[in-house]
Design a protein around this ligand. Sequence first.
Ligand code: ZN
Length: 286
Amino acid sequence: MDALEVTLYVFSALAGLAIGSFLNVCIYRLPRGEFFSRARSYCPRCGAAIKACDNIPLVSYIVLRGKCRNCGGRISFRYPLVEALTCALFVGNYAAFGTHGLTLVFDVAACALVTASFIDLDTMEIPDSAVLVLLALGLITFAPFGGVSWQDKLIGCACVSVPMFLLALFGGMGLGDVKLYFVLGLLLGWQKVLVVFFVSVVLGAVASVAATIVRKRRGEEDCDFSDEEYKRLPRGAVCAEGETPQPPKKMRFHVVPFGPFIALATAVAIFGGDALIAFYARILGI
Ligand SMILES: [Zn+2]
């Protein structure tokens, strides 16, 4: 590795940290509709404006030991997590694509997916702005620039999103997830969007089984309500046993945000998709 390459790795890491810090602002402000407000970043607990010197990505969190300088309130672990994640993805993209234009394309895609994932965790909704950014990336990366042919892109748009759209009509999946599969198919082509699909379903299934086990361990048994009964419950209602009523099983499937799993699976497809596809092709003898 020569000096130039080391410099570019360091630059990728620093850019990732700085942009990750900006994504934290997007994740907080976009769902609240205050994205364009000029207000400085403030502590959500005491409202004190955060000084520039306390706003250095990752470093400030470690120096302040995760506490607000003004009120001592805990700062969510999510802030450094988003910064570290963006940093890792930028470095990974540079390692995978070097000085090719695709590095920039997938850096922007990483930003859109990180933002969409955390907003999905908060609000159960994937913002259309993130979908539109990915759509634009899919449209500008046509071969030869992106290496994915337009045939692969067109099949990619439909092969996962159409079946998922039909599933969404029956309430099995959110429309935001369908839109994500559509634009990812356009960006990655059908081979890799299939990888995204299978990996996201496996990750989602593992996570929901894990969540069920944790709930059982904690003794949080499900109360039995029909959809209609659940909708009619007043806010904060408790069961006879003193537990908060849980949504009926069919509704609870909606309640698991799926965007983060699609985003994770996209990282797997981008960094390991070729290896996974080659592995399965060998097994199937294609
Ligand atoms: Zn504070």
